[in-house]
Structures are given as C-alpha cells and as structure tokens.
Design a protein around this ligand. Structure first.
Ligand code: MG
Length: 246
C-alpha cells in the first residue's frame, strides 16, 4: 500500500496562539494530531511534547515484533509520562494536557490510538465513519442520544474533556486495528475542524480532492470562513495500490 499524506495547522480567527501540533513521519507510517490544553504556553508545550515523545517511542520500537496497537499503546504511555512529569517539574505548566490521535500504518495494516476529542475518520467509497469516540462531556451525551451531534457543536460545555493525556500519572488510550483498502482516506483532526465542518462535508472533500494538501487547505479554509473559533489542524492520508515500477 502506498500512502500519500499532507497536514496543516492554523491558529484560526479567535485565538492568540496555536496549541495544536501535528506530525507526519511517513518513514515509520506515523500520522498524528494533538490539541493542547492548559493556557497558551502550557498548551503549546503539552501538544508538542506529547507528539515528540510518541514519535521517538515509535522510532525505538521499529523492528520489534510488537503489534501496531501495542506499539501505539506504548507510545501513548511514553507521551503521557513526558507531559505529566514536565508539568510536575515546572510549576507554570501545572495542569497542562493534550488530546492525541495517531494513525500507525505499516505493511498493509493500520492501528489507531486516541485520547481526548481530536478525531480520526475513515472515508471509504465516499462514505465517512468516525473511528474514534470523543472523550468529552458532549461526546458522552451524544452516545447516550441525549443530544444530537449538531447540538454538541454549539453546547456551552463542548470543550470539557473526560480524558486527556498528561493530566494524570497514567492514561488509557482507545486502540483499534484495521486493514486499509486501496482508495481509503484517513482524516485526523482537532475539534477546531469538527466544530465548524460537518462529517458529510469532510467526506466529500476528502473523497473528491485527490491532492491531500489541497484537501487539508480547503478544510482549514472552510472552518475559518465559518468563524475559526479554535485552532484548526488536519492531516489527510490517502491509501493507494502500489503501481508496478512506480
Ligand atoms: Mg481545539
């Protein structure tokens, strides 16, 4: 399987700083989005520390016999420890944390891990499926059918997370493994996108725009045109059959 990926991050139109962070590391099949919390500097540090710790853990695990999900579980533990211990050492960073959503794709298989309300979607044959459950108060309410996804986007407590990385000494990530098919498009994103752009729109753009960078740019522009109330980060990963000789 050949993967073509692109990502982008934008501060949006209301926030003074961008606390989101992304990593594209195609050489090890890692794609990641993190959305930091805890105030400007702390949030920026949390998302970057988590991203770098996960990347470095996964590089170390290359060539081991672990399954992709096991590798991601280990990477999330390493990232959590890094953020949590840094917050304990530096009082001005106390309480910082971050969301984390990661896709690890190697040798025709893929695994996902996430904590928080950044999302992973799979667009297959034009249909979109959210692969992650939001670890947020409104996410719980939607799953219990107490409010609709549209209500969730406008809910006053929509930013309250029920699980975040780095806030406690340990954290449990949700893990999943799947087999990508040719034509699949994965979209990883922070809530600055999903707060403003509906799933069907993400599906259409990710499906129709062959160039992943163009899909990223158009999605970010759309979220900004609709207010850009939060930082917006998007990674798009397209799976294609490898061509002989190409
Ligand atoms: Mg956000």
């Amino acid at each position: 399987m050949l993967l073509r990926a692109a990502a982008g991050s934008d501060v949006g139109r209301r926030r003074a700083a961008n606390e989101d962070h992304y990593v594209l590391a195609p050489e090890i099949g890692l794609y990641l989005v993190a959305d930091g919390l805890g105030g400007h500097v702390a949030g920026q540090i949390a998302s970057e520390l988590a991203a770098e710790a996960a990347l470095s853990a996964l590089r170390t695990l290359q060539g081991t016999g672990m399954s992709l999900a096991e590798k991601l579980r280990y990477a999330v533990i390493a990232a959590n420890r890094e953020v949590h211990e840094t917050a304990r050492r530096r009082r001005e960073l106390a309480g910082m944390g971050t969301t984390l959503v990661t896709l690890l794709a190697q040798e025709g298989r893929a695994a996902l891990a996430h904590v928080g309300d950044s999302r992973a979607y799979l667009v297959r044959s034009g249909r979109i499926r959210q692969l992650t459950d939001d670890h947020s108060l409104v996410g719980e309410l939607v799953r219990r059918h107490e409010i609709s996804p549209a209500d969730a986007r406008e809910h006053p407590q929509r930013h309250v997370l029920t699980r975040a990385l780095g806030v406690r000494p340990s954290v449990e990530a949700d893990l999943a493994e799947l087999t990508p098919e040719s034509g699949d498009v994965f979209v990883l994103c922070s809530d600055g996108l999903t707060g403003r752009v509906r799933d069907e729109e993400i599906a259409r753009l990710a499906n129709d725009l062959d160039d992943p960078q163009e899909a990223v740019d158009v999605l970010i522009r759309l979220a900004n045109e609709r207010g850009g109330e939060d930082n917006i980060t998007v990674a798009v990963v397209r799976c294609e059959k490898e061509m002989a000789g190409g």
